[in-house]
Design a protein around this ligand. Sequence first.
Ligand SMILES: [Zn+2]
Length: 164
Amino acid sequence: MASSSYTNSPCAACKFLRRKCLADCIFAPYFPPEEPTKFANVHKIFGASNVSKLLNEVQPHQREDAVNSLAYEAEARMKDPVYGCVGAISVLQRQVIRLQKELDATNADLVRYASGSARPPSQYGRRATTASVSTRHHSGLSFLSPLSSSHHDSTYCHDKEEGN
Ligand SMILES: [Zn+2]
């Protein structure tokens, strides 16, 4: 085993924990000394011994993904101590649902418009009398100004999305 590249400078974990970085250090491949905050975050949120236990439980080829996941979760938890990455996930899920509804409504309008059975959608006809509908409820998604303003999503926490 010629794994001498990191025997001189300890990995970020061993440096943080002030211990000798041995050749078989479980942290060394995933916590290089150039990224000290990666380990500091993970240690603060999960604890070094839990991380080493977890790394020993997963297959070697899965360890890098596991560490990346822990690092992401730890960072999210530092930013948002209450929801962690679940906060980001639920915001994105709500966004997907909202955009899906907008897409469905737009497609329905397009079908009606193409078949010539309806007036042009107000979004495209800027001079349309229903202009008040399209100017309302812009939530930072102006590229997709909602046609479907009829269903109100006022319960969504827009501040949160923009804060992240
Ligand atoms: Zn180490």
